[in-house]
Design a protein around this ligand. Structure first.
Ligand code: HSE
Length: 415
């Protein structure tokens, strides 16, 4: 019998209990041992539950119980999750977590403590919910040199953008609908401003390239400034707008990493990842592109990934798993301003559109015009090729100096 404890009985924690109880026998067969939840830590009372007698409000009941060898952390947030997880790893207990904030901020440290103590620290559920992605990158694709990862990593924003693209719903209306349907928190800022996707791409980058990338090192832009005009321009260009977390290994050995809305070609594997679904493309030198698709959030998909890690842990009590990355270096990430790319630019001049285009083309020779439906007077949308962010900003300042108003600039993806 493998005794475990669960920290937090919220959406994911209660899902873990549900999956463990519903699939008790098949899980025991796969783990080659029965798995029993001995303690559940939560400050709330759940008297109606059949396992109500296993709740405790005191973390020490878990930490000091030598029978508990695996602790599942589903509390979310950095504290007290970090203090509890660190204490578990320092006291001989392996840890499984779904907490992306924790892994993105403290992954290198916790992996090091786990390694020192020959324990497992597993976090398949922290990125992509029910989509297998941590294990595939660290194990199945281990023979490859990964050159790039690009993903739609946040279901809330993907739902909002899908409504804007398919139904021409405005951002605020789509956000309100996402909240009504339970796809967005009452405070959706971490989703719509890109912080959630940033944590996830940092975890994937750390794992694929072996050195911790911290969220504060990453340029992060959300979708709050995306308008229906931008959506129409993406369509006229031949694609859609998606919020993408992207990391690329550059020839100088640094990582170009960012979270931003991007134009995605209709031919891209990620273009049809819609609604609350996530999609992650991993480019390997031997495999080419491998794409993972599925539910990136939700009680049971996320709980399924957590329980799979618990099973893995039970099967590997005596052997530490393969996951590891080193702590990061400050110059490991390329300065955002020097990352080159193609961009869509949307401007408005005081005259008509012909004047706006003429002005744009004098500043950006070779710019490709994009004409959208219902274009308004004085508006011009165009694509520019291979320019660094700092170069782009210089030229946009020049455009503004010559009387045009820059309404938006959006990266054009190359996958
Ligand atoms: N709000 C997040 C999302 C939850 O929509 O992806 C999972 O991290």
């Amino acid at each position: 019998m493998a005794e475990i404890a669960v920290l937090g009985h919220g959406v994911v924690g209660s899902g873990v209990l549900e999956v463990l109880l519903t699939h008790r026998e098949s899980i025991a067969r796969r783990a080659k041992e029965e798995i029993e939840v001995k303690h559940i830590l939560d400050l709330r009372e759940f008297p109606q539950l059949e396992y109500a007698n296993r709740f405790t409000k005191d973390f020490n009941d878990i930490l000091q119980d030598p029978e508990v060898r695996i602790v599942v952390e589903c509390m979310g947030g950095l504290e007290p999750a970090f203090t509890f997880v660190k204490a578990c790893l320092e006291n001989g207990k392996s840890v499984v977590t779904s907490n992306k904030e924790l892994v993105a901020a403290k992954g290198a440290l916790l992996l090091e403590i786990a390694q020192k103590n020959n324990l497992n620290f597993l976090f398949e559920a922290s990125v992509g919910g029910g989509i297998p992605i941590i294990r595939p990158i660290s194990q199945c694709l281990a023979a490859n040199e990964v050159s790039e990862i690009a993903g739609i990593l946040n279901g809330t924003t993907n739902f909002i953008l899908t409504k804007m693209i398919r139904e021409h719903m405005g951002f605020q209306e789509a956000l309100a609908l996402a909240q009504e349907l339970g796809y967005a928190e009452r405070d959706p800022s971490a989703d719509v401003e890109g912080a959630d996707a940033c944590r996830k791409i940092c975890i994937l980058a750390s794992l694929a390239f072996g050195s911790h990338v911290y969220p504060q090192q990453v340029h992060t832009q959300g979708i709050t400034k995306i308008t229906l005009e931008d959506v129409a321009y993406a369509e006229a260009w031949g694609g859609v707008i998606k919020l993408i977390g992207e990391v690329k290994m550059l020839e100088n050995g640094r990582l170009a990493i960012q979270v931003a809305p991007m134009f995605i070609s209709r031919e891209s594997q990620l273009a049809n990842v819609d609604d609350v679904f996530n999609g992650i493309l991993v480019r390997g030198d031997a495999t080419g592109d491998v794409v993972f698709y599925g539910k990136g959030a939700g009680k049971l998909p996320t709980a399924s990934a957590v329980v799979a890690d618990v099973i893995d842990c039970v099967k590997h009590f005596k052997a530490r798993k393969y996951l590891f990355w080193e702590d990061g270096k400050p110059d490991y990430v390329e300065p955002f301003a020097s990352i080159p790319g193609d961009f869509f630019v949307h401007v408005k001049s005081q005259g008509d559109s012909a004047e706006a285009f003429a002005l744009a083309e004098s500043v950006f020779p070779g710019a490709v015009r994009i004409i959208r439906r219902d274009e308004s007077l004085g508006e011009a949308g165009f694509a520019v090729k291979a320019i660094s962010i700092s170069g782009l900003e210089e030229k946009l300042a020049e455009l503004e100096g010559r009387g045009a108003k820059v309404l938006n600039q959006i990266k054009i993806s190359d996958f």
